[in-house]
Design a protein around this ligand. Sequence first.
Ligand code: DQA
Length: 143
Amino acid sequence: MNVVIINGPNLNLLGQREVDVYGQYTLQDINNAATQFAKQLNINVTVFQSNHEGEIITRIQKAGQDGHSIIINPGAYTHTSIAIRDALASVRVAKIEVHLSNVHKREEFRHRSLTAAVCDGQILGFGPQGYILALYQLSLRAH
Ligand code: DQA
């Protein structure tokens, strides 16, 4: 099984950015842990991060063409991007939305996700473990 982990804007700054909210781990740490965990599940992971909406859309489309499952943290685009929602809706692969923080405990503008309804499920509030939980869920479907 192949999975692409897509992280959106500002997630390249994890470890430096609002550490009280997002924690000390860098995106590299998170990607390394996810890749290692995936190996045990026989999942091949590709990681991708972009601060640009269009690049995220193109990467989602590619995953759809390749038949690769998607784990996505769209960052703030979660709350604003109809275009990313449409891209997710257009691909027929497994899709899980992940957020590090529990957005429901935060500002009201973070409570709405435009993207969650076109994903199979959402995992949030568990920090970097969310990506691990998403990988585990995908592995269960494969059997
Ligand atoms: C986030 C939550 C979003 O509201 C925020 O804009 C982010 C990170 C999270 O992982 O908790 O950039 O997606």
